[in-house]
Write a protein that binds this ligand. Structure first.
Ligand SMILES: Cc1ncc(COP(=O)(O)O)c(C=O)c1O
Length: 402
């Protein structure tokens, strides 16, 4: 084949990095669940009932009327300053002292993962993940051709002894953690664990990436300060996706000035700045509405859904099945007896028109065949009742065959 044919034929010369980066397994599953007959606990979607459609509509009109031509213009990479100030002040009122110069507005917290990859990760670096971890973090970091190690999650956060062992024997560049109501497990780090983690990161000179899109959605217990409050050099992500709207795609990174300089360069090269019009709308919304009341409504709604799902699990799942009982967020995590394949169970569940995410997708180094993630925020009461009943039957049927 001549050189010219090669380039125009179906053999594209894709970059090496693409060969190690799979499509998102969850997104593939979501295609199966598009069938409206299916009760889906698979997605990671906030409940659309929680979206402030009316107030956002008013905010759009206000922004356009008050400063339309400015709001439609290009803007700075860092983001709209009043919005950054708002975020900084909210942190300060919660006990974490940061100023607006330490905040960069991003295209959702998903972009934070990519920017951190651009700024810190070289080919062959080792990234430490929780076991299991947020699937799209594996995907985002994979593009930087890194290696993954992972450390076990216990009920109160990562296994600190195992982690120390790893940090002392491996050359680990950064550790990525979802410290509140983790996706996929729903687990939250205790305060004690946070302090220990901060010390380890400092002792072993490892970068901490603390991803916190669910922190405000605590519907039980009391809130715990971010690890960053014990580790000033830590990097923290936040998001408006779960408290305002995911479709508006706004998140942020909190980092020290030295890191911020690099992140800004990476973001400039990537997209110049996040959608300025949307930033203006969200700021207008936050500034003219009782946001805490709105967040409290989301918490009440999700608490009800979580409680119903747990009640149904108690009634319909066999007693050998274990599950987490999250104090916030959107997911709970189910562990089936050893040797039970949740992938096989998935196919059977789909026949019964119910879907979940088989857990192994969340393990960067394999394992987790007997686990699954259930989302409780995007089904109505009837869906939760009926879906968990069906899932319980499928699990019982499978276990009776063992
Ligand atoms: C742990 C975690 N990080 C980041 C994201 C991305 O959120 P967004 O980009 O909408 O802020 C999600 C979304 O589900 C998530 O669960």
């Amino acid at each position: 084949m001549s050189k010219m044919q090669e380039n125009t034929g179906n053999q594209y010369k894709f970059a090496q990095r693409m060969s190690n980066t799979p499509r998102s397994f969850v997104r593939e599953i979501l295609k199966v669940t598009e069938n409206p007959e299916i009760i889906s606990f698979a997605g990671g979607l906030p409940n659309p009932q929680s979206f402030p459609v009316g107030p956002i509509s008013t905010s759009v009109s206000e922004v356009l009327e008050e400063s339309g031509s400015e709001a439609l213009q290009y803007s700075t990479t860092e983001g709209y300053t009043p919005l950054r100030k708002y975020i900084a002040e909210r942190y300060s009122s919660q006990g974490l002292n940061v100023n607006e110069d330490e905040i960069l507005i991003t295209n959702g917290s998903q972009q934070c993962l990519d920017l951190v990859g651009k700024v810190f990760l070289d080919k062959g670096d080792t990234v430490l993940l929780e076991k299991p971890t947020y699937l799209a973090a594996i995907q985002a970091f994979s593009l930087y051709e890194v290696q993954f190690k992972s450390v076990r999650l216990l009920e109160d956060g990562v296994d600190i002894d195992e982690m120390e062992n790893m940090l002392s024997t491996e050359n680990i560049k950064l550790f990525y953690a979802v410290t509140n109501f983790q996706n996929p497990t729903g687990i939250t780090y205790s305060n004690n664990k946070r302090k220990k983690l901060a010390k380890l990161m400092r002792d072993y000179d490892t970068i901490l990436i603390e991803d916190n899109p669910y922190g405000e959605i605590r519907f039980m217990g009391s809130s715990i300060p971010p690890v960053k409050s014990y580790l000033d050099e830590g990097i923290l992500f936040g998001s408006f996706s779960k408290i305002v709207s995911p479709g508006m795609r706004l998140g942020w990174i909190v980092a020290r000035e030295k890191v911020m300089e690099k992140l800004i360069i990476a973001k400039q090269a990537s997209d110049l700045h996040s959608n300025y019009f949307t930033q203006r709308i969200v700021y207008q919304y936050l500034n003219t509405n009782p946001v805490d009341e709105h967040i409290q409504k989301i918490r009440n709604l999700y608490k009800k859904q979580r409680n119903l799902m747990i009640k149904m699990i108690e009634e319909h799942f066999p007693p050998q099945v274990k599950y987490t009982q999250p104090e916030g967020g959107m997911f709970l995590w189910v562990t089936l007896p050893e040797g039970t394949s949740s992938l096989e169970l998935f196919d059977r569940a789909i026949e019964e028109n119910v879907a979940f995410v088989p857990g192994q997708a969340f393990f960067a180094e394999g394992n987790g065949e007997n686990t699954m993630r259930l989302n409780f925020t995007n089904s109505d009461d009837k869906g939760i009742e009926e879906g968990i009943k069906r899932l319980g039957n499928v699990i019982k049927e499978r276990l009776s065959q063992n």
